[in-house]
Design a protein around this ligand. Structure first.
Ligand SMILES: Cc1cc2nc3c(=O)[nH]c(=O)nc-3n(C[C@H](O)[C@H](O)[C@H](O)COP(=O)(O)OP(=O)(O)OC[C@H]3O[C@@H](n4cnc5c(N)ncnc54)[C@H](O)[C@@H]3O)c2cc1C
Length: 457
């Protein structure tokens, strides 16, 4: 128990779940400590725009400290949480132990390479601003290296981009890559023709967007094809090497490989010491608390909870947001209820009276590219331009900060009219895996080249 009179709520992670919990609790008489290993909150649904040079990092991320600055009872600590002492009610970081009365763990998810972590250097995933910048670097660099090679009179390798995983992230990455190679970059090179870039989307299941109704999956596949993406479903990637994707025994040459095939819960979930599911998500009670620890909540992508029909809640922002607000409300009610009116948290809060969390699903939207998207509003399914408009509206509305909303709106309006992508900066190394020196590593004779090289004009 915290010795101070004011109860202390510690929130681990300032993503969608943690930030909403903090904001919903901030007006109460509690002392809130938000701990995150990054100094910024990232609007992950727009990461692909940074990865494909449409937006800059500052337009989709904001400092956690400034988002919460007007709440005087909220402190923000930049620190990596390394563990917990649930019996002593402390959160561990490398240099201190932070006591709590209530704990909310919202550490999110990370990439999963299904036991093949060695593939990560050759096929980065998209989860953080750093990931997005690395993908942007590789994509833009591939065009530059192909241009340099062609300008030197060498026969360049096919400019193939392979996206592994046909979920929402894979679909939006593939669609946008096709769009920029056909439009934004089309006239900027002299020795190669970026329009001949080959974008391949590989999905192990039978359809893309498996979480959506079948008609929308079919529509998404069709819209991808219209944008110039080759879609291969029921296709398992068996190995990834520098510049090569193996599908069964077939070797596909790839200038850039992107991983969008799997997510796993943050490893922090296991440190709580209570049961987790196969994806490492913490099995929580209906009120999102930990079994045996009603003062500890796990929310968002890190929590494993089924809805009333027995279906697992999806790892999406609205679930995390609603759970953050739900838990804040529970804590608020308990602090206001008679046993806690003395402003002290009971050693064993009664949870029998707590309501269970209910997810209000307002619909799902996935973008595919310019004027291409799908929207699932229960009985109403929309595809194409209308769905894209809905997607645009929702994503601008939920961006953190008025400045960002305005900037992103202007950027999108500008690039819609001009086809331009303004953030085409290559930063960091000019090395691309599978590409050594001026020439790429020579392809093996058994490598499938997909399409002719991003050929000389
Ligand atoms: C590329 C991409 C696109 C997406 N698109 C959509 C979409 O279009 N629509 C949608 O609804 N959802 C989308 N999602 C999913 C959505 O972003 C997540 O469901 C949501 O972010 C989950 O919120 P969260 O609070 O659980 O975790 P997160 O938002 O991931 O936040 C976790 C926070 O915890 C911090 N953290 C992690 N470990 C530690 C540690 N050890 N110590 C301290 N801090 C730590 C992280 O830095 C981070 O700030 C997308 C996700 C990705 C990656």
């Amino acid at each position: 128990m915290n010795s101070k009179a004011t109860p202390r709520v510690v929130i681990v992670g300032a993503g969608f779940g943690g930030l909403n919990a903090a904001q919903a609790l901030a007006r109460e008489s509690v002392s809130i400590t938000v701990i995150d290993r990054k100094n910024h909150h990232t609007f992950q649904p727009l990461l692909y725009q940074v990865a494909t040079a449409g937006l800059s990092p500052g337009e989709i991320a904001a400092p956690i400290r400034s988002i919460l600055s007007h709440h005087k009872n909220v402190e923000v600590l930049l620190a990596e949480v390394t563990g917990f002492g649930l019996d002593r009610r402390i959160v561990q970081t490398p240099d201190q132990e932070i006591p709590y009365d209530y704990l909310i763990v919202a550490a999110g998810a990370t990439h999963a390479y299904f036991g093949h972590d060695d593939w990560e250097p050759y096929a980065p995933g998209l989860k953080t601003i750093e990931d997005a910048l690395e993908i942007r670097r590789r994509v833009l660099l591939a065009f530059e290296l192909a241009e340099r090679q062609a300008a030197a009179g060498e026969i360049s390798r096919p400019l193939n981009f392979v996206v592994v995983g046909g979920g929402a992230t894979g679909v939006e990455l593939a669609g946008t890559l096709a769009e920029i190679s056909r439009h934004a970059l089309a006239h900027d090179f002299r020795s190669i023709d970026p329009r001949r870039t080959h974008i391949l989307l590989v999905e192990g299941g039978t359809r893309v967007l498996p979480a959506y109704p079948e008609d929308l999956s079919r529509s998404a596949e069709e819209q991808l094809r219209l944008l110039g993406v080759e879609v291969r479903t029921s296709t398992m990637v068996t190995r990834i090497e520098p510049g090569v994707v193996l599908v069964g025994e077939t070797r596909l040459s790839a200038a850039v490989i992107l991983w969008a095939a799997g997510v796993a819960a943050s490893p922090l979930g296991k440190k709580l010491g209570t049961p987790v599911d196969r994806a490492g998500r913490v099995l929580v009670q209906p009120d999102l608390s930990l079994p045996g620890h009603p003062e500890v909540f796990v929310i968002g992508d890190l929590a494993s909870l089924k809805d009333e029909t027995g279906k697992m809640l999806p790892g999406v922002a609205p679930v995390a947001i609603q759970q953050g607000r739900f838990v804040a409300k529970l804590i608020r009610q308990e602090l206001e209820s008679p046993p806690a009116s003395a402003r002290r948290v009971q050693a064993t809060p009664e949870i029998a009276h707590r309501a269970g969390f209910h997810y209000w699903n307002k619909g799902s939207l996935a973008t595919i590219g310019r004027a291409a998207a799908v929207a699932d509003f229960g009985k109403i399914h929309i595809s194409g331009f209308l769905a894209w408009l809905a997607w645009l509206f929702v994503h601008i509305l939920f961006l953190i900060g008025f400045r960002n909303r305005l900037l992103v709106f202007i950027q999108w309006a500008w690039s819609y009219v001009t086809f331009e992508r303004g953030a085409r900066l290559i930063t960091g190394s000019t090395h691309l895996p599978g590409w050594t020196g001026l020439a790429p590593e020579a392809p093996r004779p058994d490598e499938e080249q997909e399409i002719p090289a991003a050929a000389s004009k």
